[in-house]
Design a protein around this ligand. Sequence first.
Ligand code: NAY
Length: 289
Amino acid sequence: MKKLYSALMTAFNEDDTINESGIREMVRYNIDHNHIDGLYVGGSTGESFMLSTAERKQAYKIAYDETAGKADLIAQVGSVNLKEAKELAKYAVELGYKTISAVPPFYYHFTFEQIKDYYDQILAGLDVQLIIYSIPALSGVTLSLAEFAKLFENPKIIGVKYTNNDFLLLQRLRSAFPDKKIYFGTDEMLISALPLGIDGAIGSTFNLNAARAKAEIASYEAGDMKKVFELQDVSNKFILALIDNDIYPSLKLVFEEMGVHAGYSKAPMSKPTAEMRAGAKKIYEQYIK
Ligand code: NAY
């Protein structure tokens, strides 16, 4: 069975400090209500590239503690500051995370040799497995099939979180590396990734839309493609409405509608306006309630 992971959000207070109880509530909702297979902690949805090292550690610790072994956990430790990435990886492993993930180093257009060295250094001396976080649209780093092959030579690198709509590369990865894990990360294109043999999906919208996504996966596995299309169609109306309403703060606003105190997003992300609140209420009523 393909796995479904929510990309965990980080709840903030209005002054942009971390809201611990908000993170705990979202973890609990994912476990108790979504019955989620796992949580991806500290990724894009966690707004992690805007956090200090101490705040990133705090988020891993809260998620680990609240999950209490009831779901798989993956800590995203990637950073353009390699020293920070190594420190975060070590910290996550000491907490008990069995799997980490890392976005390639970004911004400076590093060479592939530098990228490979970054992964090797993060993993050196740690008893942990790693999933590459490939998200070219945000990181600016595109890895080719040959480059994935070189990274996958490291046995600790067990797969990729593939947030990319290049389906040719996805198919070639699946064919070339049947034993590596591939988790797809564009929720609105899940329908297109399912037939390519993904091992599961990791996404922000599953925090709220897990039941529909799970039903889509189950329908796919039962061969009911009409149902798969219908479910993805509703999901996409929901996801596009969220994007139109400013996705990260809106995911939290919809959580608030459901009584889950998800807090705010961190500046420079927007604080909710009256219009965003009204939009989120409508999204909740139309797609979640
Ligand atoms: C992450 O690290 O949190 C993810 O990449 C999760 C995947 C999400 N991508 C981003 C950039 O947030 O769930 C998707 C995405 O929000 C969704 O498909 C809507 O576009």
